[in-house]
Write a protein that binds this ligand. Sequence first.
Ligand code: HEC
Length: 189
Amino acid sequence: MKKLLLFLIFSFVILNANEKIPYKLAKIKASHVAHNFHKLMKSNAQQKFKEGGTLLAAQFCTDNAVKLTKEFNNKLEKGISLKRISLKNRNSNSYPKEDEINILKALDLLEKSSVYLPKIIQMVDKDIFKVYFPATMSGKSCKKCHGLKKDIDLKVLKLFKDKYPKDKAMNFKSGQVRGAVVVTVKIKD
Ligand code: HEC
């Protein structure tokens, strides 16, 4: 009991100390936002997989990913925003900006070195930070829509071809970096 109490006090002190350092506060806030976004996308996709397999899930993503992301952003606290980026993007709007390209390339290099991929905090301005959460090809589900082209269901493939004529988001292997979720946080003084 005493140990638990000490641990709680210690955690509280650490957390409070972290909150006073701008980039650490940005990381804490961004992690919370990214976690909620992940939960939202995952629950929607899982539901559609259950109702109608990969095709329905793919249809849902093509029709709603942008809308869901916009709605999610609208609910965020002022000064915080979230987006998804990828060097081999499916949605043409997901191509990274210049400063983001190197970070995605660095994540690719790190992945090839078999390290646990870190969250990356980039300082954009003294009070603005971008926090990168690597999105990796985890589990089997990603492959159904981003794996080897020859293994993707033909109807799903046609859907992607119609909606994203310049789709580059196929032929990914397990564990590879598919892109990143980027949360931008402006810290108020
Ligand atoms: C049912 C099909 C489907 C599955 C499964 C799927 N995706 Fe996607 N993914 C899509 C579609 C469609 C888009 C484009 C959505 C849009 O218009 O923004 C997309 C976009 C993305 C993007 C945004 C960048 C871009 O290329 O436009 C990332 C990152 C991503 N997917 C990662 C993943 C990861 C990681 C997994 C596994 C955990 C996964 N996806 C599983 C269909 C899928």
